[in-house]
Design a protein around this ligand. Structure first.
Ligand code: GTP
Ligand code: MG
Length: 195
């Protein structure tokens, strides 16, 4: 896809703030700090469109980005951030769950997992949700530049086994730093949206 235009639209907290219309949406889910915002920037070739941060928990709303008036990326709040109070956590869960359950525009969810680490309990729960409800989804292993290429398959195996990844779930290795996997992710998006 040729990115002619990419812009931030809204930080939505409530469903009535989600954009009107029927443009397809691609959601990015994953733990805080896994690299959701960085991947969006890399996919769009924009350095600072989605705000990234070394401080986990930066993205606390559903952040909508519009690409070419064709489709939206939806940067979901990161889960699993220990220092967030319980009631705030419950609020996030409600927001993410409500969106994933009900949003008809949602065509594909990308679940990001840091390639270096075994998936957490929350990662497993998130994956089981997508698998159980048969939602179009893919696993995106992030930060590949942090390990040697020769280690990729070993780390993927840990992710596959911990999540009990189904054979039909695509898994793509990416790096927001080097751009690895960018085309593969776009190919997948094209499959689900036509763009
Ligand atoms: P929240 O918004 O808190 O949920 O985090 P996030 O998932 O959006 O993560 P973000 O993109 O802000 O990245 C977190 C940190 O990881 C930042 O310091 C990024 O620079 C770094 N990072 C993200 N992706 C990569 C990558 O592919 N390689 C390397 N080396 N660092 C990365
Ligand atoms: Mg973010």
């Amino acid at each position: 896809m040729i990115i002619k235009d990419a812009k931030f639209i809204i930080s939505a907290v409530k469903p009535h703030q989600y954009p009107e219309g029927d443009l397809p949406e691609i959601a990015l889910a994953g733990r805080s700090n896994v690299g959701k915002s960085s991947l969006i920037n890399r996919l769009l070739g924009r350095r600072n469109l989605a705000r990234t941060s070394g401080t986990p928990g930066k993205t606390q709303q559903l952040n909508y980005y519009l690409i070419n008036e064709d489709l939206y990326f939806v940067d979901l709040p990161g889960y699993g951030f220990a220092r967030v109070p319980k009631d705030v956590k419950a609020q996030w869960g409600k927001m993410i769950g409500g969106y994933l359950d009900n949003r008809e525009n949602l065509k594909l969810s990308l679940q990001l997992i840091d390639i270096r680490h075994a998936p957490s309990k929350e990662d497993v729960e998130m994956y089981q949700y997508f698998a159980h409800y048969n939602r179009p989804h893919a696993i995106i292993a992030t930060k590949a530049d942090k390990i040697a290429r020769g280690q990729y398959q070993k780390h993927l195996k840990v992710i596959r086994e911990t999540l009990q990844v189904l054979p039909n779930t695509p898994m793509i290795i990416t790096s927001a730093d080097s751009g690895l996997g960018r085309q593969e992710v776009w190919n997948l998006i094209a499959k689900y949206t036509g763009f």
